[in-house]
Ligand binder design. Sequence first.
Ligand SMILES: Nc1ncnc2c1ncn2[C@@H]1O[C@H](COP(=O)(O)OP(=O)(O)O)[C@@H](O)[C@H]1O
Ligand SMILES: O=P(O)(O)OC[C@H]1O[C@](O)(COP(=O)(O)O)[C@@H](O)[C@@H]1O
Length: 306
Amino acid sequence: MIYTVTLNPSVDYLMEMDQLLEGSLNRSRTENYFPGGKGINVSRILRRLDTESTALGFTGGFTGEFIKEFLRKEGVKTKFANVNGTSRINVKVLTDTETELNANGPVIEREDTEGLLSMINEMTSSDILVFAGSVPSSMPNDFYRQMSQIASEKGVKLVIDAEKKLLQPVLEYHPFLLKPNHHELGDFYGVKIESVEDAVHYGKKLLSEGVSYLIVSMAEKGALLFHEDRVFYANSPKGTLISSVGAGDSMVAGFLSAVSKNLPIEEAFRWGAAAGTATAFSMGLADEQDIKSLLDQIEIKELIEE
Ligand SMILES: Nc1ncnc2c1ncn2[C@@H]1O[C@H](COP(=O)(O)OP(=O)(O)O)[C@@H](O)[C@H]1O
Ligand SMILES: O=P(O)(O)OC[C@H]1O[C@](O)(COP(=O)(O)O)[C@@H](O)[C@@H]1O
């Protein structure tokens, strides 16, 4: 089973407007709302690709009810613990660029975190555990490390998409897959990554920390997959960007879905790239048909060092 953990789920409220002026009244042209949070996005795309998963985490209040009901209707399995507060609303303002206002989220009590650790303690070596997104400020800031330690004792494969301060302490547990974007990879090493060459250089460095698969995404510039001593490049097809919210999560889900169907890694990477791009070209997450229709436009090239 694939389990996704979203410690701080959200309702993502996407507002399209011509421009956003700070300190002024801004009115939107359209509004859409979806359940969000990186783990939840991964579970939603997995479901669309006929791959079973269970979404874990903490929900509360009317927004928590919305998230659970929406996922239930989509057929995504969930085992969320109920918390006292209200799950957050993250506002995404879409103009010719994207502005994200991500909220802090409810307080998570110690007994809730212990419940989640006990669930991880029941997992086995045939399970995959995806941790993605932020850790609420009320939780211990080494919670990713705590989850990784228990999971690794059980032989569970770890997939992590998180910023440096959460990622660094879990590298010792040899994650199965990491998916930073090129900015996050740059932040990890305190550099700016602008080119594919730089991304290859720093990607190899991160892989050598004991990571099995590393995907470095670069939005419209494509993505790199690193595995052992091989590096692959996937282009990003051209099209109209609608919202890139969830593109990275879709990429993780496309890749994991194909891996769980035992496809070769080049093919798994193609599914990841197709899912990422299909979401970037959609309002909300992509559906299965959008993903499949992009597969042919993605070329996977192995980069061979001269
Ligand atoms: N504007 C875009 N055009 C085409 N594909 C895109 C675009 N933005 C994202 N993607 C696809 O989604 C993947 C993940 O997007 P990215 O923005 O790099 O990740 P994240 O959401 O984690 O920041 C990219 O590698 C690419 O395959
Ligand atoms: O937990 P964080 O870092 O605040 O991020 C949560 C946000 O990230 C998202 O999961 C989108 O992530 P990506 O665009 O990186 O794929 C949104 O659904 C959600 O609002």
